[in-house]
Design a protein around this ligand. Structure first.
Ligand code: DX5
Ligand code: ZN
Length: 237
């Protein structure tokens, strides 16, 4: 089980302190949200910030590219110290070549899917990815409410992974809290990206431990969960 705090919810005035705090809290990955003001209606930060914090920690850097042209950003983020780069399936025919570029840079490959996009879109890529990142909010902002209609997509991903004997991680991203993480764990998720849900707790260490305990406990119920047929698209909200 991977617990991945999202740096977007950290205190940016004290970014070095916050980076070290995430590692000391016992988190597995640091999730880094890259927004370009075009693929999503917000701008976050770029490779320079990732490079700046890279020497502060040994944590696995999970870079989430919410960007229309990730091809021009893969090399800069690889050089800045990304361990895994997630690109969006909504980019269409670019996706296969983006994967090849990420692999050629020696990094792990993640594929992200937005709530309104049907799971059929990711199916052709499942044997080529290390992580399927199921967006449980519409990307662009932290602090949004979890979209429950995405839960069948997690179950679908879990069923495909089992049936095809694949090993990609199933990440969930957006609105992940003590209440929603267990639901995702029961559906088959095993990487939990959480910004507001973790950073608003008084002790980040306590919060990471609590979320880990909850998802481990609830994952045990996963094997008995009923499996739906292919999840339908979820309307945008
Ligand atoms: C949403 C980002 C998320 C975000 C999660 O666009 O991709 O990673 O940081 O934040 P919370 O947990 O606050 O929804
Ligand atoms: Zn993200």
């Amino acid at each position: 089980m991977i617990i991945a705090p999202s740096l977007l919810a950290a205190d940016f005035v004290r970014i070095a302190h916050e980076t070290r705090r995430v590692e000391k809290a016992g988190a597995d990955w640091l999730h880094l949200d890259i927004m370009d003001g075009h693929f999503v209606p917000n701008i976050s930060f770029g490779p320079q910030l990732v490079k700046t914090i890279r020497p502060l920690t040994k944590m696995f850097f999970d870079v989430h590219l919410m960007c229309s042209q990730p091809d021009i950003l893969l090399e800069p983020f690889a050089n800045a110290g990304a361990d895994q780069m997630n690109v969006h399936v909504e980019l269409g025919e670019q996706v296969a070549s983006l994967f090849m570029k990420i692999r050629s840079l020696g990094r792990k490959v993640g594929l992200a899917i937005n709530p309104p996009t049907a799971m059929a879109a990711v199916q052709p890529y499942l044997d080529r990815i290390d992580e399927l990142l199921i967006m449980t909010v519409n990307p662009g902002f932290g602090g949004q409410g979890f979209i429950h209609e995405t839960l069948p997509k997690i179950q679908q991903a879990s069923a495909w992974r089992r049936d095809l004997k694949l090993h990609f991680r199933i990440g969930v991203d957006g609105g992940i809290t003590y209440a929603t993480a267990p639901e995702c764990a029961r559906a088959g998720a095993d990487a939990f990206i959480s910004g507001t849900g973790l950073f608003t707790q008084r002790s980040l260490k306590g919060a990471v431990a609590k979320m880990r305990k909850l998802v481990v406990k609830n994952a045990l119920a996963n094997g008995t969960a009923p499996l739906p047929s292919m999840a339908a698209a979820v309307p945008a909200v």
